[in-house]
Design a protein around this ligand. Structure first.
Ligand SMILES: [Zn+2]
Length: 375
């Protein structure tokens, strides 16, 4: 598994996504912040924008208004990342025998799922991003499948047991959860129970990393079928690369599954990870994890650097078409700001159109009597 998309898969960006690349990329980058980095990002930008507002030229009143309103931009962008309908990138695999699949996603039936987030919503969210199938893994509530939607919805559940979430996939059945809630030993017994049911069990992030990091050999001995190595939930995104490498070595040595999980709860429009599942392979080789590089990098940078490392990671990951889009938007805005306005002109698209034609025709009006201001 690497950050860059391998040669046999393609991340297809819709035309509108690329045309609006500055908006698309910023909203994606805000979606892929780990929990600690999201807090640091918010605090730093709110403080910086408030300071910028205070230090502007103009009356005291104007500066105070700017200091109060500017930080709102960060909040509005954050809300946009979570809620705004928009075009999203789609993963396409060259090999059609592979299934693009998600192993871990929630509906409104989970206590922390978005209200009104139905199976149809979950399926549409996945279909738009290239998934052909997804397990439905609500918290402690068995999904038995058999629902007709845009993609195949597969039976599963996410069991909360002792300091650990275990994603059960396949022939899942209700369990007596208390039995597995006593201690680590009791929790590990769930894997044998899942096998009795004809299901498999994967250790979910971030719990096994934060609460059971010393018990990984115990997971293997107890029959864990695999580990999540990428999880797009804000807590899961903190998982560092060195820890991921250790789990990959363990899984390879014991031929266990490694998977990526959107862990979507109905918020946010984009996944940070896809899986390519191969029907002809078993264990470690049966699944390939394809993740967005900016998501993999979350565990590599100190949270307090998020205000500048997140924009940097976003810009470093742009495709050529996205770069062209950014440059075009920057040029348009620079031209708009460079052309002096007539006295009393309201700002707006009319100025933009005239400024563009002025630039092209080189028809410069005489300079206005008073110093021009673009404020
Ligand atoms: Zn979950």
């Amino acid at each position: 598994m690497t950050g860059a998309p391998p040669a046999d898969v393609d991340l297809v960006r819709p035309t509108l996504y690329t045309l609006l690349a500055p908006v698309s990329n910023v909203l994606d980058a805000l979606t892929f912040l780990s929990r600690e980095r999201a807090i640091a990002f918010l605090v730093t930008w709110v403080a910086a924008l408030a300071l910028w507002g205070l230090l502007r030229r103009g009356s005291r009143r104007r500066r105070l208004v700017a200091a109060a309103l500017a930080p709102l931009a960060v909040i509005v962008l954050g809300a946009g990342a979570v809620l705004l309908p928009r075009p999203v990138p789609r993963l396409v695999a060259a090999d059609s025998t592979l299934t693009v699949i998600d192993y871990h996603a929630h509906t409104a039936l989970s206590h922390d799922g978005r209200r009104g987030w139905t199976l149809a919503d979950l399926a549409a969210w996945h279909a738009a991003q290239g998934f052909g199938a997804s397990y439905v893994t609500d918290h402690n509530l068995v999904f038995n499948g058999g629902v007709d939607t845009l993609i195949r919805l597969l039976p599963g559940v996410e069991w909360s047991v002792y300091d650990q979430h275990i994603v059960a996939l396949g022939n899942v059945a209700p369990i007596e959860r208390g039995v597995y809630g006593r201690d680590t030993r009791a929790m590990l017994g769930l894997f044998a129970e899942l096998h009795r049911q004809g299901a498999i069990g994967l250790a979910s992030l971030s719990e096994y990393w934060r609460q059971h990091w010393g018990d990984l050999d115990g997971f293997v001995a107890a029959g864990a079928d695999g580990f999540e190595i990428v999880n797009c939930a804000p807590r899961g995104l903190s998982f560092p690369a060195a820890a991921r490498a250790r789990v990959l070595r363990l899984a390879e040595a014991h031929d266990l599954l490694v998977v990526g999980a959107s862990d979507n709860h109905g918020w946010g429009k984009v996944t940070c990870v896809w899986n390519l599942s191969s029907p002809s392979a078993h264990g470690y080789r049966s699944n390939r994890v394809i993740a967005r590089p900016i998501a993999l990098a979350q565990g590599e940078w100190q949270p307090w650097t998020a205000a500048y490392t997140q924009p940097w990671l976003m810009l470093a990951g742009l495709s050529w078409s996205e770069r062209s889009s950014w440059l075009t938007w920057i040029l348009v805005i620079l031209i708009y700001r460079a052309v002096p306005r007539r006295e009393g002109d309201p700002p707006g698209i009319g100025i933009l159109a005239r400024s563009l034609s002025l630039k092209i025709l080189r028809l410069r009006r005489p300079p206005p009597p008073s110093p021009a201001s673009t404020d």
